[in-house]
Design a protein around this ligand. Structure first.
Ligand SMILES: [Zn+2]
Length: 65
């Protein structure tokens, strides 16, 4: 069975294989991930929130539950 799930990279819209070979999923590459993180961080600054949400475990998606 070669049932491959793909998603579209949120940054550049390229299809990304949802699997071990795509460590940056749903992004196609680290570059796209960083671009998106940058935008996200920029937005975050506009939203008043409690605490500092930057570089903590929130972004490491090693396991999905
Ligand atoms: Zn991309």
């Amino acid at each position: 069975m070669s049932d491959v799930t793909t998603v579209n990279c949120p940054t550049c819209n390229k299809p990304v294989i949802w699997g071990e070979q795509s460590p940056y999923r749903p992004f196609c590459s680290k570059r796209c991930q960083l671009i998106d993180l940058g935008e996200w961080a920029a937005e975050e600054k506009r939203i008043p929130s409690s605490g500092d949400l930057s570089d903590t475990d929130g972004w490491s998606e090693e396991k999905e539950l």
